[in-house]
Ligand binder design. Sequence first.
Ligand SMILES: *[C@@H]1O[C@H](CO)[C@@H](O)[C@H](O)[C@H]1NC(C)=O
Ligand SMILES: *[C@@H]1O[C@H](CO)[C@@H](O)[C@H](O)[C@H]1NC(C)=O
Ligand SMILES: *[C@@H]1O[C@H](CO)[C@@H](O)[C@H](O)[C@H]1NC(C)=O
Ligand SMILES: *[C@@H]1O[C@H](CO)[C@@H](O)[C@H](O)[C@H]1NC(C)=O
Length: 326
Amino acid sequence: MFPISVLLIVLALGAAAPASASLLFVFGSSYGDTGNVKPGDSSRPYPWTRPYGETWPGVPDGRYSNGRVLSDVLGDALQSTPPVSISELNGVVNGSVGVNFAVGGSGVLSAYGYPPISSQIDAFQGVVSSFTPEQLASAVVLYATAGDDYFYYLTVQKAPIEGIYPLTVNVGKQMSEDLIRLYQLGLRKFAVTYLPPTGCLPIATANSSFSSCNDTWSVNVAQPHNARVFKNVLGLRHYFYNGSIVNLDLYTAFTNVQNSHGGLRPCCIGADSSSKCGSVGAGGEPAFTVCPDPNSAFYWDDLFHPTEAGWQAVVNQLQSALGPLR
Ligand SMILES: *[C@@H]1O[C@H](CO)[C@@H](O)[C@H](O)[C@H]1NC(C)=O
Ligand SMILES: *[C@@H]1O[C@H](CO)[C@@H](O)[C@H](O)[C@H]1NC(C)=O
Ligand SMILES: *[C@@H]1O[C@H](CO)[C@@H](O)[C@H](O)[C@H]1NC(C)=O
Ligand SMILES: *[C@@H]1O[C@H](CO)[C@@H](O)[C@H](O)[C@H]1NC(C)=O
């Protein structure tokens, strides 16, 4: 039997842990979303169809991966209390958990006609009074766009990649406005993601049967976008008195780990050129193939989403950037 004093210490530590864990607020698109796309939304059905969620939790649960996504894995690394998806809240927010507002497909501007990330900040503004100033000041914000504005421009509008630069400028400006608004609402710790090397994402490498990166996509999309975010964040560092803001360099992290963690070929691939991972045929049969061991792949689907193991490898690369958020 343990002496009673040891038990008391154990109980005290157990009780202290949740109070000191910071809250996490997530804004962005599919790298952050943990279930905010509506299950019946036929315009973006994938996170609620098989084989998404196949490894964890075993059924589709609204995440764009075989398991957990960036916001989950980063939240673990920061030992934050896992946030609840805004879609699960039914309007009832309390100060004990943060909230995930990210919705797959959302642009910083209005990609695909979906509400932009700024509308997620409107939703946050609606519930901000549920949190104390101290909770907000110690909370961490993850602002993560997957590049949806650019994929919309390139694949839906089918506009020329040579003309994409002005869009990177406008996206950068809007990101700064979004971050300033979150600061003005009382949040103080910010993690802002860079785009990964766009030309290495399955959406850009499908043409080469996933054998090589298309540098045109990285040079014209991710690189100018990231340069813009770098400058903006540098500027905000001065403005964010008493705050901290860090870049999460997904470009370097993906580049460092993708080859040693499964390469460019995604695990789940549409069966033909008109199908994607998650597509079904006319009779409801799967129109995709899935590799035997999803977590042996870096990329999960034939869009731009890593596997859970891919995200783990990426977040391991980011550890040294996380200090100011702890
Ligand atoms: C606060 O909300 C979370 C998520 O909805 C819930 O799990 C928790 O029980 C709530 N706590 C209180 C004290 O209402
Ligand atoms: C794929 O290759 C075709 C022909 O070279 C080209 O027109 C198209 O833009 C390429 N698509 C992507 C996504 O790179
Ligand atoms: C790379 O992307 C550009 C722009 O979409 C496209 O024109 C080109 O054909 C692509 N290259 C390959 C090898 O697919
Ligand atoms: C900065 O943070 C310190 C410690 O939390 C606080 O006492 C001070 O009032 C803050 N200053 C401003 C201008 O917010």
